[in-house]
Design a protein around this ligand. Structure first.
Ligand SMILES: [Fe+2]
Length: 188
């Protein structure tokens, strides 16, 4: 099966219509595309992986990543793609073997955290620096749901300095938000 964004979007729309989850998935898609571009990887493939990573989360929140393999397999996605998606949940114990899997793990929480920081700023993502995000990471009361150790682990597995990863995701999210704004939508 050829993996395309159009086909992925059809599957996405069959399973997700929650506004907050749509925004999160669009953000992770954008982050994956931006990172793939910077790391010279397959931009479209990585983007689709980001878009579909939480495919079973809305309908089966208590069985997240248990139902996803079946949905993705039936839709024709290959094993390594499915494994990359399973790898973004530590609890699945599926090892992150590809760069795509490692990046998905690294950007999933990071994208949410950066957006949480952006929402506190008058100019949102515009002009945001990695330094300000790092500072917020030290603020334990801020965005408590985001596990700081997991963010650090994501960067380590990718072999990147956390500041470098943050900058890469900020850039990717800025780009994505502009694209979405052009379509009359926002992920913020
Ligand atoms: Fe996610």
């Amino acid at each position: 099966m050829e993996i395309t964004r159009d086909k992925a979007l059809e599957l996405f729309e069959d399973h997700i219509d929650s506004e907050s989850l749509i925004k999160h998935c669009l953000a992770v898609e954008g982050a994956m595309r931006g990172c793939a571009e910077k790391l010279n990887e397959d931009v479209d493939l990585w983007g689709v992986c980001g878009l579909l990573h939480d495919i079973d989360f809305q309908k089966w929140p208590n069985n997240h990543l248990e139902i996803a393999p079946q949905i993705l397999k039936e839709a024709g996605y290959p094993k390594d793609f499915i494994e990359a998606i399973l790898g973004h949940g530590d609890f699945t114990l599926v090892p992150r073997e590809t760069q795509m899997a490692k990046c998905l793990y690294a950007v999933d929480q990071m994208a949410s955290f950066i957006i949480a920081v952006a929402l506190m700023r008058p100019t949102k993502l515009e002009g945001m620096t990695a330094k300000s995000v790092k500072k917020k990471m030290k603020d334990k009361a801020f965005a408590r749901a985001v596990d700081r150790d997991e963010m650090q682990k994501g960067a380590d597995e990718l072999g990147m300095d956390i500041g470098e990863l943050i900058s890469m995701v900020i850039d990717a999210l800025q780009k994505r938000e502009l694209e979405l704004n052009g379509m009359g939508i926002s992920m913020m």
